[in-house]
Design a protein around this ligand. Structure first.
Ligand code: ZN
Length: 240
């Protein structure tokens, strides 16, 4: 089904590209409109003790916009919360509800907030949690009633796909979009110290990834899939 609006709510610049960049590239080329919402400023994403956090945040924002352009993302919304310090509060929920009511997505894509893997970055967990809570609130008119004066009507998102889930039950075949995903990941030059994570994200060896820096379109791959947990959000689904 093309022509959907898809909102990807992610904690950091690069999370969406890592966990669902191939799917995003596919959706965009199939005619969907994809909006990125980046909750934190990414200002702690370094192992360099002398790095200026403000400068790093600016660099990461540019990297994200470059990567989003490669994938075909229509718009990046940067909420600017301090990296690593995110708490799941009502102010964040209100911002997300307003975005859902403004863009009226057919699909929400975000972090799986469950704690079963014991591996999740707190920002990831808190982002996923509030993205789902906001999906509930966005559909109910008495949540954030002040939106009514702003012309933002309630909107019920029908379903969510959660990435980095310990219990995936939905896959997207990205075999034809791996090169675009790699090109997007390669935009995140400030994060290359994390490149080892790309091996598991892409099923491609680090040596091969590094050899592709200049020619990612030459990557030979078999069938590659991104995995998600599918969550219905309409009445009768888990959210209600
Ligand atoms: Zn992250």
């Amino acid at each position: 089904m093309a022509g959907r609006t898809i909102v990807v709510v992610q904690a950091h610049q690069d999370d969406g590209d890592f966990y669902c960049g191939g799917s995003v590239a596919k959706w965009c080329r199939q005619g969907d409109r994809v909006i990125y919402v980046v909750v934190t400023d990414g200002s702690k994403g370094t192992m360099d003790p002398d790095q200026d956090p403000v400068a790093l945040a600016a660099v990461r924002r540019e990297e994200q916009q470059e990567a989003a352009g490669i994938l075909g993302v229509s718009e990046c919304l940067f909420l600017g919360y301090p990296d690593g310090d995110l708490v799941p509060d009502l102010a964040l929920r209100e911002k997300l509800v307003a975005i859902y009511r403004r863009y009226r997505p057919d699909l929400l894509v975000t972090h799986d907030p469950t704690w079963k893997s014991y591996l999740l970055h707190p920002d990831h967990r808190n982002t996923g949690e509030m993205a789902l809570y906001a999906a509930l609130a966005a559909g109910m008119p008495l949540f954030h009633r002040e939106h009514r004066e702003q012309g933002l009507a309630p909107h019920q998102i029908p379903e969510a796909l959660l990435f980095h889930s310990p219990e995936p039950d939905h896959t997207e075949d990205i075999s034809d979009y791996v090169s675009l995903k790699v090109r997007a990941l390669m935009c995140h030059r400030s994060q290359f110290y994390l490149l080892g994570q790309a091996e598991s994200a892409l099923g491609v060896s680090l040596d091969r990834l590094q050899s592709m820096f200049g020619q990612p379109e030459s990557l030979p791959v078999g069938v590659v899939k991104e995995k998600f947990k599918r969550v219905p959000l309409t009445a009768g689904g888990p959210a209600l």
